[in-house]
Design a protein around this ligand. Structure first.
Ligand SMILES: [Fe+2]
Ligand SMILES: [Fe+2]
Length: 220
């Protein structure tokens, strides 16, 4: 299966010093950041860009819904071909989704909020999911563990999506921040289109590892 090539670093930027999440939320609650975001995005609605394009969060949530649907279809699937096709769709979609988040959305989130805990936990969850994705891609529905791997991935993604979408999660925090979600939505869409159409030769260099992946890989 074709793998998407990683572009640039996804380290998410440097430290900006310690500030508590509560203090940041207090600042956000003042409404100043929300007003700045609306001003920065040219007065567009929270859900869409100037031409009705999805903003960053709408685009990422749509990806989540698509993958959830494929996981549900996998549970119902009986034929090996169906399972293989669904698992390939899931793995490719998650590879691209995690990559655009790590390259574009997560660094912008860290820059705007200084919330290193949320950022780092999200990157580590991606790294763990990628290990299971790699296991699925290197196995086959004939493998005794294939369905279990897909189930475990489904549970990991369910947890991760909840962390991103819950009422005090990353996306809610991003909405309250000064992030330009309309511009980020356009950048995510462009990069997603590029990655989805990309095929790499078998001898292409592997994607660069994020700091989170390096932590996971170095574990005994
Ligand atoms: Fe996501
Ligand atoms: Fe994510």
């Amino acid at each position: 299966m074709a793998k998407a090539k990683r572009k640039g670093s996804s380290s998410g930027g440097g430290s900006r010093g310690k500030s508590s999440k509560r203090a940041r939320r207090g600042a956000s609650a003042s409404g100043q950041r929300g007003a700045a975001a609306r001003k920065q995005s040219g007065g567009t609605s929270a859900r869409g860009g100037r031409n009705g394009e999805p903003d960053a969060i709408a685009l990422l949530k749509a990806d989540h819904r698509q993958v959830e649907q494929w996981f549900a279809e996998f549970e119902e699937a009986r034929s090996k071909d169906q399972k293989r096709e669904l698992a390939e769709n899931i793995c490719k979609a998650l590879e691209v989704h995690t990559m655009i988040e790590e390259e574009i959305f997560y660094p912008a989130f860290l820059e705007a909020t200084d919330d290193k805990d949320t950022h780092h936990e999200a990157e580590l969850e991606h790294a763990n999911a990628k290990q299971v994705i790699a296991d699925i891609e290197s196995s086959d529905p004939d493998d005794d563990y294939y369905d279990s791997r897909v189930k475990v991935l489904s549970e990991m993604i369910k947890h991760h999506v909840n962390e991103e979408e819950k009422s005090d999660g990353m996306f809610a925090e991003a909405r309250e921040s000064r992030m330009d979600l309309a511009a980020l939505g356009r950048a995510l869409k462009a990069r997603k289109d590029e990655l989805m159409s990309e095929t790499t030769s078998p001898d292409a260099p592997p994607p660069r590892m994020t700091p989170a992946q390096r932590v996971v890989e170095s574990k005994p």
